[in-house]
Ligand binder design. Structure first.
Ligand code: GNR
Ligand code: NI
Length: 168
């Protein structure tokens, strides 16, 4: 197992759209295992392959207190969303130190493949719902900061550019 490097905003590779996995094989299972190790080491509650510069539709999530309930979503599709939405203060491993209130459907149904290539469906609410939507955004090249106002986005870009200049 390997802890992979996580891309940081603003990196254009975070905006690549990931391609579907055509076959869930040992290469994919190795990647899933490395992504899980990377997520637990960070630590984070979710990680999309895009964040480790792999542009395939793979997500790992663990929203459990004990950090012992790994969920793997390959080729995830949202098949239904609730009408009612909720605001949640989100963080992102690719945008460290930044928190943004994002409004999303409260509940979603997600269909995906597991690490054995078997289709499953999960009806997600609470933190799992927020997290799976955040991760699917990553697979579509969308980063949480894109929900901020344009003013807040430009301030954030300026702050990151300044910090990078000062670090040399
Ligand atoms: O670790 C994470 N925490 C988090 C908190 C609120 C909403 C979303 C998240 S996902 C984030 C890990 C991450 O960046 N996944 O892409
Ligand atoms: Ni993220």
């Amino acid at each position: 197992m390997t802890v992979l490097d996580i891309l940081h905003f603003p990196d254009s590779r975070l905006h690549q759209v990931a391609k579907p996995v055509s076959q869930v094989d040992d290469r994919i299972r190795q990647l899933v295992s490395d992504m899980a190790e990377t997520m637990y080491a960070a630590p984070g509650i979710g990680l999309a392959a895009t964040q480790v510069n792999v542009h395939e539709r793979i997500i790992v999530i663990d929203v459990s207190e004990e950090r012992d309930e790994l969920r793997v979503f390959i080729n995830p599709e949202i098949t239904a969303s609730s009408e009612d939405c909720k605001l949640f203060e989100e963080g992102c491993l690719s945008v460290p130190g930044v928190y943004a209130e994002v409004e999303r459907p409260d509940r979603v149904s997600v269909r995906a493949l597991d690490e054995n290539g078997k289709t499953f469906v999960v009806n997600a609410d609470g933190l799992l719902s927020v997290c799976v939507q955040h991760e699917i955004d990553h697979l579509n090249g969308r980063v949480m900061v894109q929900y901020l106002s344009r003013l807040k986005q430009s301030r954030l870009r300026a702050r990151i550019a300044k910090a990078e200049r000062e670090l040399g």
